[in-house]
Design a protein around this ligand. Structure first.
Ligand code: NDP
Ligand code: 8X3
Length: 259
């Protein structure tokens, strides 16, 4: 039987925008309790309000910077005042910073990507595991990327941290074997969120070029997959999902229609 999400406790990192915010809205429709974290608290507040209006059993938010162990631990201490257990953890916070060759890469960009996508996932998971290991059927969904499967030029560190995400996901599945906790990676291709605006530091023209002439994925496509992964029966673990828009046959082959 499928797992019902009604009254279950869901923690989503990076819930202020994109996949995380849309995932929250989707879990809300299932009647779940939402715990939302990100750095932009005012954004979290409006997502939480939408979740409550959209059917959530409850929706809570708190500032979270996954790049800081102190912030992650303080967040999880606060989370423990809401619930002693977690049913779903979505490790979503992250993104790309810059698009340079290795020769021209910037330390600050590299560090930001390693801190959020890689170490952030490690810190959050470490802090949350005690709330999950005695909860058979609970689910960890790590948001990876097509970039973690196939490297591309100018993407070295982003591709590297998303490849690391896949490795961590596999390690966790091995370490948690026997606990009943499912661990999976959800790997999107090109998707229209704030991702490219962040990558190109607010340059609208450069960000727009990423999606020019094609219909990219949208956050809803990925939110639907989150729900599907989390609602499988407890004996089913979805190890990996790769979702691309139809126009993206492969990382280096996208069909674009330009006038
Ligand atoms: P968005 O930029 O729309 O959202 C990113 C989210 O991550 C925001 O809520 C942001 O919140 C949060 N975030 C970033 N850094 C931190 C941090 N240090 N601490 C806490 N939260 C943080 O992008 P997406 O929704 O597209 O990205 C979500 C995930 O999906 C990322 O891991 C990204 O790498 C991955 N991905 C994206 C793809 C795409 O094409 N869009 C494709 C494949 C994977 P705030 O700034 O408020 O802290
Ligand atoms: C985001 C997708 O192809 O821009 O992870 O790296 S891509």
């Amino acid at each position: 039987m499928n797992t019902s999400l009604k009254n279950k406790w869901i923690f989503i990192t990076g819930a202020s925008a994109g996949f995380g915010a849309e995932g929250a809205r989707h879990f809300a429709r299932e009647g779940a309790n939402l715990i939302l974290g990100a750095r932009r608290v005012e954004r979290l507040e409006s997502v939480a309000t939408e979740c409550k209006q959209g059917g959530a059993a409850s929706a809570h938010f708190h500032e979270l910077d996954v790049a800081s162990t102190e912030s992650v631990n303080a967040f999880v201490d606060w989370l423990r005042t809401l619930t002693p257990k977690l049913d779903v953890l979505v490790n979503n916070a992250g993104g790309a910073h810059g698009m340079d060759t290795v020769a021209e890469g910037k330390d600050a960009d590299w560090e930001a990507m390693v801190q959020s996508n890689f170490l952030g996932l490690m810190r959050v998971t470490r802090a949350c595991l005690p709330l999950m290991v005695k909860n058979a059927g609970s689910t960890i969904i790590n948001i990876g990327s097509i970039a973690g499967r196939v490297a591309y030029e100018y993407g070295s560190v982003y591709c590297g941290v998303k490849a690391a995400e896949k490795s961590i996901t596999q390690t966790l599945r091995l370490e948690l074997n026997g606990t009943g906790v499912r661990v999976g990676t959800l790997d999107p291709g090109l998707a229209l969120t704030e991702f490219s605006m962040v990558r190109f530091k607010g340059d609208v023209e450069k960000a727009g070029k990423a999606y020019e002439g094609l219909d990219p994925l949208v956050a809803e496509d990925i939110a639907e997959a989150m729900i599907w992964m989390a609602t499988r029966p407890p004996h089913v673990c979805i190890d990996e999902i790769l979702i691309k828009c139809t126009a993206q046959a492969a990382i280096h082959k996208t069909h674009r229609v330009t006038d």
